[in-house]
Design a binder for this molecule. Structure first.
Ligand SMILES: C[S@@+](CC[C@H](N)C(=O)[O-])C[C@H]1O[C@@H](n2cnc3c(N)ncnc32)[C@H](O)[C@@H]1O
Length: 253
């Protein structure tokens, strides 16, 4: 996969693209990331990329010409990229979107700054994406959030791809189960006995129950939907009945 990022602050991506799993994915060529400074495509000698908003009001707006020129330069050859614009009012990013984006050959992410981008930039855009209902100073952190979630899904990026299956949202939207590591007892807090038993079937059942319990508590709408669509197994329905009985009886932790 190739990802182009258009930004006025390219230096923000240095650490992100050189450390950890993402750094390794870049170094091994599993993903090619090309961070482009929008300023390099400004038309005037001072490399101005922003201007005051028409109609007045506070702040500055990213001009359309440098963004269009950068886009045209980057798309001269090869596959046309799927273009994402980071916007606080965009569609909220989620795991399904990350899966969808991870199947594209090429992505191009435009990072807004100041009061945002000139509305006419939208002519280039396939999807406006938000990372949540709050306002950041720019689209660089959202671009990194999107890239991180997408790149870790690419084949061969995670050492053990089995871990993807256990991730929250990867199995019908269910949340993940809790994890423990050594020591078996830490400051009086014990690891659940079943995890020390070596009994794989029982461990699997415990993890399933924990995942259903957490989803029912934090995202009841997901359980509701899965029930409605008949997407839960008999065993899962039985576990849920047990949890719901406990909740009614006030026993639930
Ligand atoms: C200060 S914000 C602009 C806010 C905009 N004037 C508004 O009314 O929401 C500057 C840029 O940061 C990015 N941004 C800020 N918050 C974001 C979020 N929650 N998700 C995605 N991008 C965001 C966008 O690219 C945006 O154009």
């Amino acid at each position: 996969m190739r990802i182009d990022v258009l930004t006025v602050l390219p230096g923000l991506f240095d650490c992100f693209l050189s450390e950890g799993i993402i750094g390794k994915a870049v170094q091994s060529g599993k993903v090619e990331v090309n961070v482009v400074n929008i300023r390099d495509f400004a038309l005037d000698k001072h490399k101005v990329v922003d201007d005051v908003p028409y109609g007045g009001g506070p702040g500055m707006v990213l001009k359309p010409e440098p963004i269009f020129r950068a886009y045209e330069e980057l798309t001269k050859e090869g596959e046309k990229p799927y273009v994402i614009l980071t916007e606080p009012w965009g569609e909220t990013f989620n795991q399904d979107m990350a899966l969808e984006f991870s199947k594209k050959e090429r992505l191009l992410i435009i990072c807004g700054r100041y009061e945002g981008v000139d509305e006419r930039v939208k002519a280039l855009v396939d999807r406006e994406v938000s990372i949540g209902d709050y306002v950041l100073t720019g689209g660089e952190l959202p671009a990194m959030v999107i890239m991180d979630a997408v790149i870790r899904l690419l084949p061969g990026v995670l050492g053990n791809e089995e871990s993807l299956k256990a991730d929250s949202f990867m199995d019908r939207g269910l949340l993940g189960y809790p994890n423990y590591t050594r020591p078996a007892e830490f400051r009086g807090m014990k690891v659940p006995e079943v995890l020390l038993s070596g009994h794989h079937k029982k461990i699997e059942l415990w993890r399933k129950e924990q995942s259903l319990r957490k989803t029912l508590k934090r995202k009841p709408e997901v359980i509701e939907r899965l029930k409605k669509e008949g997407m839960l197994t008999k065993e899962e329905l039985r576990i849920l009945e047990k949890i719901e009985r406990e909740m009614e009886g006030g026993k639930e932790s």
